[in-house]
Design a protein around this ligand. Structure first.
Ligand code: AMP
Ligand code: FE
Ligand code: FE
Ligand code: ZN
Length: 285
């Protein structure tokens, strides 16, 4: 059994439609794949409809959250959520808020880039997002399109990184609130790439303990952005707190170099997720 529990489609910041993503997953020999677009379930119905026979699809999402340390600015943390009820009112309202927040923030970034002479159009970016959520990767592609950057990576490195004068932060969900919402909706919250120092500032063990108190059920251990040491530490924490451990690629199509299935999850850990998730059912034969 090959299981990849973290992938993005074009409904957020991947480059393949949900149907194409599932074909890629099957082609790569996966038996189980989770669709975890940022802050939206907009790809779930297409994934259910396009599922190739023999492939199990775990409906999920990656919720953008923040941890507020006492002595430094908020730290961005990502929460994977599996098998929640997409119609749960509190959680649906929070997703709607995040979507509006992303739209407002994206428009501000684009306005300030345009003001500095980069010919990017907000209308075109929204149109190309096809009703999904808008993020910096969409702005990066627009910058490439108008010749202001050589590649998405180059656009991030020069104009879109979080210290850039064009960067605008967004008011992401407080992580313990996010965990509580996922649990209230019958879902399984798993801390995504929690110790990936290469992505920026990380939270400490005390924050992870607080997240466990709030209802966190798992840690993403094997992730392309984790070093061997970071994986070992997460595995120790998971053993201490009796948490589920996952491994995933965080596939984004051609927006990132990582192939689907680059890291995988053990079948017994998937079973624990399926047993804990009561808000929706996997799509399977
Ligand atoms: P946002 O949620 O709008 O702040 O955008 C963050 C997303 O941009 C992340 O989830 C990544 O998928 C993507 N991203 C961040 N850095 C890079 C990079 N250097 N190259 C490509 N994509 C990136
Ligand atoms: Fe992403
Ligand atoms: Fe993430
Ligand atoms: Zn991701």
């Amino acid at each position: 059994m090959r299981i990849d529990l973290h992938t993005h489609s074009s409904v957020s910041d991947g480059t393949e439609s949900p149907a194409e993503l599932l074909a890629t997953a099957r082609g790569a020999g996966l038996d189980v794949v989770a669709l975890t677009d940022h802050d939206t379930t907009a790809g779930w119905s297409a994934a259910e409809a396009a599922r190739p026979p023999g492939l199990t699809v775990v409906p999920g999402m990656e919720l953008s959250c923040r941890w507020f340390p006492d002595d430094q600015p908020p730290i961005s943390v990502h929460l994977l959520a599996y098998l929640f009820d997409p119609t749960h009112p509190g959680f649906a309202a929070e997703r709607a808020r995040l979507r509006d927040e992303r739209l407002e923030r994206g428009e501000r970034i684009v306005a300030s880039l345009a003001g500095a002479g980069y010919p990017v159009s907000w209308e075109r970016i929204v149109e190309k997002s096809e009703g999904g959520v808008v993020g910096r990767p969409h702005i990066a592609r627009a910058l490439v399109e108008v010749g202001a950057a050589d590649s998405v990576d180059h656009a991030f490195a020069t104009l879109l990184h979080h210290r850039s004068p064009y960067y605008v932060a967004k008011a992401d969900t407080e992580v313990r609130e996010g965990i509580a919402l996922v649990r209230a909706a019958g879902g399984v919250p798993v801390f995504a790439h929690g110790l990936a120092t290469k992505r920026g500032r990380i939270v400490g063990d005390a924050a992870i303990a607080a997240m466990v108190d709030a209802g966190l059920l798992g840690l993403e251990v094997d992730h392309p952005d984790h070093s061997d040491g970071e994986r070992a530490h997460l595995r120790d924490l998971a053993a201490d707190f009796r948490l589920i451990t996952t491994g995933s690629s965080d596939y984004h199509g051609t927006n990132k170099a990582t192939p689907i299935g680059a890291c995988t999850t053990d079948p017994d850990q998937l079973e624990a997720i399926l047993a804990a998730g009561t808000g929706s059912a996997p799509f399977r034969d």
